[in-house]
Write a protein that binds this ligand. Structure first.
Ligand code: AMP
Length: 438
């Protein structure tokens, strides 16, 4: 593989990239004055029809890095009004990311001449089938729903010329790689493949070896270097005082739009509720919420109705909201790479941002792993002393009069009870014992 990480061209504007002038005109209307490093590095290779393995995290402009040259190619041979085959397929791990990518394709398309659409699970299939039958040039999909529609005979991938696997490392984390393999079997061999990922664990390199033909490798903002400019700090604070510290931080006017990460879905819900009770406009987003609720919540955040969005990692993957000024790690992630993904949500495309981490005594080892990976010491800030300790993460105690007078004692050990309640599809009571959440 070629290791080409430096910009090939010292000139700055998009004109240097040999893109269709109509595309460049659209970019100007969007205020994109010059390509980001991943765009400058990847676009020329994609235009040359090379396979590309790109190491770029979210926030670097990676979507346009594949969308622009794909549209360039599609515009060269425009569809003739008859039923058109799918010529480009983009796979993304989450519904939000898939929707965002399709939206990017639409916004970059001059005069709406190329039809981009998206299919994902959690919503009815019928409108997606109707759109597919009308004809789609660029299909963006999550793997599960795509396989489902393929099984129904509604998707024909035999004409796909360009295939993009976005956030391949997240696909791996979410267990999608077998699905991806099944999908790629339906693609023809003579195609161009672009694989984007933020990290390259062994399995991703293996997947790249199978899927890509003599790929050019481009790497900008590798996972071990968080996007600059970004101020990163940590407060050392024990669990029960984290809510008090968060409220103190949120009292500052400097935080206009914050994304707060928790370890589990339940902690996300409870934290959002606790914040709301204290008068903060907050909402939670995670994989247990219905698609319509997620869309509504995200819309509220985008429009500024919600100031604080509390999220779990996977739900946050597809959140592409401009102007998130602050990312707060309410819980320190167990995987150090996740930290980089999280903080990449702020300071996007050159804007400045702040990442604050609330680190409990039991999370110091995780923080040390993050510092090792990013090769930088995260600045420690002084934790205010007068913080109230609260059990915000516990279920609210029922008022005395509501308790049943002769409630039977539940039998069995705590662990056995937890196992049983899990069997009924409920969550264990202790947040610490909760399974890793998405
Ligand atoms: P992405 O990494 O694809 O999620 O993109 C991050 C953000 O950067 C998105 O909001 C894009 O609209 C924006 N963006 C992408 N390319 C450029 C560019 N060349 N100039 C300015 N903003 C850009």
């Amino acid at each position: 593989m070629n290791q080409e990480t430096r910009p090939r061209n010292s000139a700055r504007g998009f004109e240097t990239l040999d893109l269709d002038p109509e595309l460049i005109a659209v970019l100007q209307t969007l205020g994109y004055t010059e390509p980001t490093p991943i765009q400058r590095d990847a676009i020329p290779h994609v235009l040359e029809a090379r396979d590309v393995l790109a190491c770029a995290q979210t926030g670097t402009g990676k979507t346009a890095a594949f969308a622009l040259p794909i549209l360039d190619e599609l515009l060269r041979i425009e569809p003739d009004g008859r039923r058109r085959p799918i010529r480009a397929l983009v796979l993304a791990p989450t519904r939000e990311l898939a929707a965002q990518i399709a939206e990017s394709f639409r916004s970059y398309t001059p005069g709406g001449r190329i039809c981009s659409d998206v299919v994902f699970g959690g919503v009815g299939k019928r409108p997606q089938v109707t759109a597919l039958r009308r004809g789609v040039d660029v299909l963006v999909a999550t793997p599960g729903r795509l396989l489902d529609l393929m099984g129904d005979g509604e998707v024909d991938l035999s004409q796909v010329e360009m295939f993009v696997l976005d956030e391949a490392d997240r696909m791996l984390d979410m267990g999608f790689i077998p699905d991806v393999r099944r999908i790629t079997k339906a693609l023809r061999r003579e195609r161009q493949t672009l694989l984007f990922c933020a990290t390259q664990p062994r399995e991703i390199r293996e997947l790249a070896r199978r899927l890509l033909y003599e790929p050019v490798e481009v790497a900008v903002d590798p996972i071990s270097s968080t996007v600059e400019p970004l101020s990163q700090s940590v407060y050392f604070v024990d669990g029960p005082r984290k809510l008090g510290l968060l409220l103190t931080l949120l009292a500052s006017d400097e935080i206009a739009r914050a994304l707060v990460f928790t370890r589990t879905k339940r902690r996300a819900d409870r934290l959002a509720r606790s914040l709301s009770r204290e008068g903060v406009d907050a909402a939670a987003i995670h994989g247990d919420k219905s698609q319509s609720t997620r869309v509504r919540t995200l819309e509220g955040f985008k429009r500024g109705r919600t100031r604080v969005l509390v999220a779990t990692d996977v739900a946050a993957r597809g959140i592409h909201v401009e102007d998130i000024d602050t990312v707060i790690n309410f819980d320190i992630p167990t995987e150090p790479e996740t930290y980089v993904h999280r903080v990449g949500r702020t300071g996007r495309a050159g804007a400045s941002g702040t990442a604050l981490s609330l680190c409990g005594a039991d999370e110091r080892e995780q923080l040390a792993s993050i510092e090792r990976l990013t090769r930088r010491k995260i600045q420690e800030l002084e934790t205010p002393t007068a913080l109230e300790a609260t059990r915000w993460d516990q279920p609210a105690a029922r008022p005395e009069r509501e308790r049943r007078p002769h409630a039977r004692r539940r039998s069995g050990s705590g662990a056995a009870r937890r196992r049983r309640s899990r069997g009924r599809g409920r969550r264990p009571n202790s947040a610490a014992a909760a399974p890793r959440s998405v």
